[in-house]
Design a protein around this ligand. Structure first.
Ligand code: ATP
Ligand code: MG
Length: 562
């Protein structure tokens, strides 16, 4: 799939307006953007916003978008994350073509730029300890103090920097700093660190380096090296923009990309930072990065979200310059709308109650034809077996029902979807008084579900033939956190807000037999229950395990959660 296939004309947000102006004024003739993940975790729905933006504006303008791994912190980064990120970006429907880059590919270049800065008197080796450096840096209200090492000669700095690279000093004992302004109102400009000493094996460069460039220094230069035109990032980098510009201006790089900030995505009922998601994984609150309750791309995929629904979501929320928290219901609506149109229907009984149809011949079986979609005949139909014993949902029967209960009750008649009208004659109980089974009788003349005499039957139940049922595990999910903003109080661990009931496993569900061949790329509406898909990890051939993707309606559904 190419990015071109799913670009639609969008109303122009502030970034698209800037880009359109740059093209019409001749400032740029092409658009080159980049998505720059750090391979220290899996991508989440927030990253999807950045991916859709960067790949989107590039393709809308026939430009290119680079996938660049920002791999400057070997102690936290892994090759496995690189592969997972590539899988996720491609799955979302975006194609970086030949434009796959790694900041680590620029380590040599970055080193020579640093040497240049030293020669210009714009960078120096500093021996302050991290604690001392913090004290010297000052605060938001007080200026910093110059480091005693600030006025080393370029020659001395060059020698020391070379020695740093050669591994002659201990980790953390020295750094290379930019020489900017210790009294700047912007703390990022108070002689920020450019290089640190760190003996850690890098996932690509191995042990070649024991000094690593810092993010702020690496990012702007990587953008410049790749001739990025518009460097789109989240708001927290606005205060770093003067440094971004300082590095490129001081080095007079031939290309000086424009950094533009937009608000990051926050969603209700979840946390979004990789550091926090990693805690949930490591401390086993979830089964992994791709746990279907996680708002990671891989979690959403496993949950049953489609790439189109995530792209629609990113279009829907738009771009803003102020942070806000988007309601999870907006995301759920996007997948619900997609699946409502595109998911075939199926019948599944999650909490089964046996029904014996006493006047249906014991050795008889029949195949009923049911449309796969109520509004789309192109989706065809399927046959579903029917016999004397069926399962209905426990919730669809009440012994002593209120007036408006239109489901089954003693003496009441209901429609079995696409099958027959049945009336409940007898309730069979076990020795403890629990309902074990219902005895019903059917109207043989009502095949297909309507009575020949036109009598009105309000309730329609889904059902599954007991003889043919596929017994399966179905996993129901609720929100991972039980408050809208789990990070609301900085003094309270966000994990105290985890919802202890976010996963419910139902292992005795009875499904229509057609579902035995379902695979993880399939999606279904289980009639009257919600949308479901086979789990990509735990399903076996012929024995799928189903995940609940989303409820049928925009309410945290009462049918499922009793
Ligand atoms: P996190 O805060 O989750 O650790 P990050 O910013 O450290 O995320 P990166 O891998 O550095 O993660 O992010 C890659 C790109 O994705 C960056 O350009 C970043 O601005 C963007 N991004 C990250 N989180 C969000 C978000 N919630 N909304 C929009 N863009 C995001
Ligand atoms: Mg980051």
């Amino acid at each position: 799939m190419t990015t071109q296939e799913h670009t639609n004309p969008k109303s122009k947000d502030f970034i698209r307006t800037i880009i359109a102006n740059d093209l019409s004024s001749g400032k740029h003739s092409t658009v080159t953007t980049r998505f720059p993940p750090e391979p220290n975790g899996f991508l989440h729905i927030g990253h999807a916003k950045s991916i859709c933006l960067n790949f989107g504006v590039a393709s809308e303008n026939n430009g290119t978008c680079h996938l660049r791994f920002d791999d400057t912190n070997p102690s936290k980064e892994e090759e496995a994350y690189v592969e997972a990120i590539k899988t996720d970006v491609a799955w979302l429907g975006f194609n970086w073509g030949d434009n796959l880059f790694f900041a680590s590919n620029y380590f040599e270049k970055l080193y020579s730029y640093a040497v240049e800065l030293i020669k210009m008197g714009k960078a120096y080796v500093c021996d302050l300890s991290p604690d001392e450096m913090r004290t010297y840096r000052g605060t938001l209200t007080e200026p910093g103090k110059d480091s005693p090492y600030r006025n080393r000669s370029a020659e001395e700095n060059l020698t020391l920097f070379e020695q740093m690279k050669a591994g002659e000093f201990a980790d953390g004992s020295r750094v290379l700093r930019a020489k900017i302004d210790m009294s700047s109102g912007n703390i990022n400009m108070r002689d920020p660190v450019l290089y640190r000493i760190l003996r850690a094996t890098h996932h690509r460069t191995g042990d070649t380096w024991c000094i690593y460039p810092m993010y702020d220094y690496t990012h702007c230069l990587s953008d410049a090296i790749e001739a990025i035109t518009h460097s789109l990032c989240t708001l927290e980098f606005a205060d770093h923009r003067p440094l971004y510009d300082w590095v490129l201006d001081t080095l007079k790089t031939p290309c000086h990309p424009q950094q533009i900030e937009f608000a990051r995505l926050n969603l209700t009922y979840t946390v979004m930072s990789k550091r926090k998601l990693l805690q949930l994984v490591n401390e086993e609150y979830v089964s992994g990065w791709d746990d279907p309750r996680m708002l990671t791309i891989s979690g959403l995929r496993r949950r049953g979200y489609t790439p189109a629904s995530i792209r629609t979501f990113c279009d829907t929320i738009g771009l803003a310059k102020r942070e806000s928290r988007v309601d999870m219901a907006v995301l759920e609506n996007c997948i619900r709308n997609d699946l409502n149109d595109n998911a075939p229907r199926a019948m599944a009984v999650l909490k089964p109650l046996k029904v014996l149809i006493t006047n249906y011949p014991e050795d008889q079986e029949e195949e009923l034809v049911i449309a796969n979609h109520p509004k789309n005949p192109e989706m065809g139909s399927r046959t579903v077996p029917f016999c004397r014993e069926i399962y209905i949902e426990q919730d669809d029967f009440l012994e002593d029902p209120p007036k408006k209960f239109f489901r089954l009750a003693p003496g009441r008649e209901v429609r079995l979807r696409a099958a027959y009208l049945v009336t409940c004659d007898e309730v069979i109980k076990d020795e403890n008084g629990n309902i074990k089974e219902l005895h019903c009788s059917y109207d043989p003349a009502s095949r297909g579900g309507s009575a020949p005499d036109g009598r009105k039957v309000k309730g329609t139940l889904h059902w599954v033939s007991a003889r043919h049922a596929l017994q399966a595990e179905v996993r129901l999910y609720d929100r991972l956190f039980n408050i809208e903003n789990p990070e609301i109080d900085k003094d309270v661990d966000f994990k105290t807000h985890l919802n202890p009931n976010s996963l419910e496993v139902l292992s005795e569900c009875m499904l229509e037999p057609n579902l035995s061949t379902a695979t993880s790329s399939d999606h279904f509406q289980f009639e009257r229950l919600g949308y479901f898909c086979p789990d990509s990890k735990d399903s076996l051939p012929g024995k799928p395990v189903f995940n609940h993707t989303v409820t049928l309606r925009d309410t945290w559904d009462k049918v499922l959660k009793k």
